[in-house]
Design a protein around this ligand. Structure first.
Ligand SMILES: N[C@@H](CCC(=O)N[C@@H](CS)C(=O)NCC(=O)O)C(=O)O
Length: 283
């Protein structure tokens, strides 16, 4: 029997979706095949010193197993390790295409944090301030401040507390010059995301992302789009409604549309058992 492993997961995370889609695909079961540690991002559990000992980046997902010399801390690697148990089924037919897709979706310039936390004008900023993201950022800040007070020279806490404060302080203060800078930067970032989604449209092979069968390319892309749609305030059960995300991007790039290939791909992948199990709603 294959060894039991441990996953560090979070219902609040986008990239955990890569791992959970793979677990579902392989038919692996909690308790029987693996144990779960739930990490609450909104209270900064991912910044606990005990968790940083597992994942020095303080991100989820992570995976540990007796046979692994060190924890796996990247969702791409975690999916591949899970897939390597038994017969591998998520290997892409077109590896070059798949790697391009995975690199694109994971690139920092495609981070959905833009959609979740940033704003392009005072109205968007006001909406963010009264949304759940305000408490999310404050929860992280409280935890980071506490850990920093305990270990004032710890490089992770020094830089992470400053990084989180740079956005949290804009939520705390009235509109001023720093907000204007954020608005300008956010507009540029929406342009980059629009370009990235156009690039994805050109890369998708059909019926699935990297060819005729479901592969790691699909499972690294679904979590991005599901999270971006949620961040755009699509009703969570409206799995096929790209309208809110399109309108959000069109505010900066009026001609932007989610392309027909991406829509067809989404329709195909959403019919798989793994998708239905992990994404009964957008998250
Ligand atoms: N490259 C990493 C990124 C993981 C990541 O950024 N996870 C987010 C949640 S979706 C996280 O843990 N963020 C916590 C933070 O940045 O403080 C992966 O693919 O596993």
């Amino acid at each position: 029997m294959a060894e039991k492993f441990t996953i560090y997961s979070s219902s609040e995370s986008q990239w955990v979706g890569v791992m959970t889609l793979a677990l579902s695909e392989k038919g692996l079961k909690e308790h029987q095949d693996y144990d779960v540690h739930e990490i609450r991002l909104s209270t900064g559990d991912n910044f606990a010193p005990e968790y940083l000992a597992i994942n020095p980046n303080g991100t989820v997902p992570s995976l540990t197993a007796p046979s692994l010399a060190k924890p796996l801390i990247e969702s791409v690697d975690i999916l591949r390790w899970i897939d390597s148990r038994g017969t591998r089924t998520l290997v892409p037919q077109d590896e070059t295409r798949s790697n391009k897709i995975i690199e694109l979706m994971h690139s920092p310039s495609m981070s959905t944090n833009l959609i979740l936390f940033q704003a392009r004008d005072a109205a968007e900023m006001a909406a963010k301030k009264s949304s759940a993201w305000n408490a999310f950022l404050e929860g992280r800040q409280t935890r980071l401040d506490k850990e920093l007070a305990a270990q004032p020279d710890h490089p992770f806490y020094v830089s992470k507390a400053a990084e989180n404060l740079s956005i949290t302080s804009l939520y705390r203060s009235d509109i001023g010059p720093d907000h204007e800078e954020l608005f300008k930067l956010s507009g540029q970032m929406y342009r980059t995301v629009a370009e990235g989604l156009d690039k994805l449209e050109g890369l998708i092979a059909l019926p699935y992302a990297a060819g005729s069968k479901v592969s790691e390319a699909d499972y690294n892309t679904v979590p991005w789009l599901a999270h971006a749609m949620m961040g755009a305030e699509t009703p969570v059960t409206a799995i096929h409604d790209f309208g809110p995300l399109e309108r959000l991007i069109q505010k900066t790039v009026p001609e932007f549309k989610i392309g027909p290939r991406t829509k067809e791909w989404w329709s195909n992948i959403s019919k798989t058992e793994a998708f239905k199990k992990v994404y009964p709603v957008l998250h």
